[in-house]
Design a protein around this ligand. Structure first.
Ligand SMILES: Cc1cc2nc3c(=O)[nH]c(=O)nc-3n(C[C@H](O)[C@H](O)[C@H](O)COP(=O)(O)OP(=O)(O)OC[C@H]3O[C@@H](n4cnc5c(N)ncnc54)[C@H](O)[C@@H]3O)c2cc1C
Length: 433
């Protein structure tokens, strides 16, 4: 356990990149560095949910698969996130249909509808220990903007047969234990879990089916080799037929221009000590995962040991380890006054991969090379699903999601300015809801 500090202090907590999750996760099966030259069918770059789920499906189908990660499985967003298993894409159902068009839209919507189911099916099938619960997901709405958004969102989900329900002020207050919202949406398919344990569980299942996972093995170069590809790392290389990029908000310059597919946006999380029964009983009694309709929102839940965990926007510039969590802590205490006086033990941050049009990207970069990224903060369930999509494509079954050519974010060089302006505008509009 990290050393506790007094409420309000902002230093000395969670020296590890994954903060609380690194301390409470199940152990990681060994993932040796790539050494020497290996032949295989598929190389996957990035060992988060996307890469590990792809590896699991491929290995289960008898494909020889190697996963490389610059650090360790789950080092990226998959070991840092809020643990909220939230349904769908960032886009609402009608937006998905409009974005993908009459041919691909219905299939894309079916994929979006089944992301949470996939996570819980994998947990059940591979007996992944990750403190998973499935009480549903709640979105809190404030003011007339929140009401309009939620009425429309619930209407759309219900029209497509989903168990979404509109909550009035009293209902949302009873469900969550806060007076912060005027309205709410409960979506029954959501839940929450220990994110790093889920990643490690996927890694363990993939390895049990024959996948090889190499930690501390950055992919440093990629070149054509006959009909396939040669992937090099510091101490070894892989000769394969297919390469899958699963690097999301941590995409580097390995494939020219690929980092321009997304805009990494920082998010910071703070977690309390385990709450006493007295405090815990009034806060999120049903253990729901919660986010908001606010343009600059927070997201929160209780973890399996009764800690309150809340995340929100980090600064535009800087290093995730140095982010301040003061704003999210203050918001937590405003929403749940019983948290005043509770110690905050952990803080950490990470880079969420946003896309310009809020749609996830599944791209064919070259023959035999696929990439998936851009989960827009909805990535726990969605990137698990997109890992499966890449595996289906490699297996010749065909991805259910449309695959596009390489995507470039317009004006990517000015992305930080764009994020800053977007957040400033959002904060302003949130005052006049
Ligand atoms: C603070 C925070 C909170 C979030 N909360 C939620 C939430 O509650 N619910 C939700 O649905 N989503 C949430 N998200 C988003 C979600 O975590 C991500 O969308 C998801 O984990 C992405 O998984 P991934 O496998 O695609 O990428 P990642 O897990 O980020 O994995 C990418 C991996 O690629 C590796 N890599 C990069 N380049 C190379 C290279 N050249 N060679 C080898 N390896 C390389 C990195 O080391 C990294 O491990 C959150 C994100 C953050 C940052």
């Amino acid at each position: 356990m990290a050393e506790a500090v007094q409420r309000g202090s902002d230093v000395g907590r969670s020296p590890r990149p994954q903060g609380l999750w690194a301390e409470t996760a199940t152990s990681l099966s060994s993932s040796a560095t790539l050494e020497g030259m290996h032949d295989g069918d598929v190389a996957i770059i990035g060992a988060g949910y996307t890469g590990l789920t792809a590896a699991l499906y491929l290995a289960e189908a008898g494909v020889t698969v190697h996963v490389l990660d610059r650090h360790q499985p789950g080092w990226g967003c998959s070991g840092r996130n809020g643990g909220q298993v939230n349904p769908g894409f960032k886009l609402d159902p009608d937006e998905i249909l409009a974005h993908y068009g009459p041919q691909d839209g219905p299939r894309a919507l079916n994929v979006a509808r089944s992301t949470c189911d996939l996570v819980f099916e994998l947990i059940d099938k591979y007996a992944i220990e990750c403190q998973a619960v499935r009480p549903g997901y709640v979105q809190g709405g404030v003011g007339s903007h929140g009401e309009r958004a939620l009425v429309e969102r619930v209407r759309q989900w219900q029209a497509h047969g989903e168990a979404a329900q509109l909550l009035n002020r009293r209902e949302v207050s009873e469900l969550l234990g806060t007076e912060a919202y005027d309205h709410g949406m409960h979506h029954a398919t959501g839940g929450n879990l220990q994110p790093l344990s889920f990643a490690r569980g996927l890694a363990g299942a993939a390895m049990a089916h024959g996948a090889t996972i190499h930690g501390h093995s950055p992919a440093t170069s990629l070149e054509r080799s006959g009909p396939g590809w040669l992937v090099r790392s510091n101490n070894g290389s892989l000769k394969v037929q297919h390469v899958l990029f699963a690097t999301n908000g941590y995409t580097d310059a390995l494939w020219p221009g690929l980092a321009k597919a997304v805009v990494p946006v920082s998010s910071v999380i703070a977690a309390t000590e385990p709450l006493s029964d007295n405090v815990a009983k009034s806060i999120l009694p049903g253990r729901h995962a919660v986010s908001e309709t606010l343009r600059v929102q927070v997201y929160y839940r209780k973890d399996g040991d009764g800690r309150f965990v809340i995340g929100g926007r980090g600064p535009v510039w800087g290093d995730t380890d140095s982010f301040s969590d003061k704003v999210v802590r203050q918001t937590a205490e405003r929403y749940f006054p019983a948290l005043k006086g509770v110690q905050w033990h952990h803080k950490w941050g990470g880079w969420v991969a946003m896309t310009y049009d809020h749609a996830p990207k599944l791209m064919r970069l070259a023959p035999g090379v696929l990439a998936s990224m851009g989960c827009n903060g909805r990535g726990l369930a969605m990137s698990t699903m997109f890992g499966k999509q890449m595996a289906l494509e490699v297996l010749g079954e065909g991805a259910e999601m449309p695959i596009t050519e390489q995507y470039y974010t317009p004006f990517h060089a000015f992305r930080n300015l764009g994020v800053w302006a977007h957040v400033a505008r959002g904060r302003l509009l949130d005052r006049f809801i």
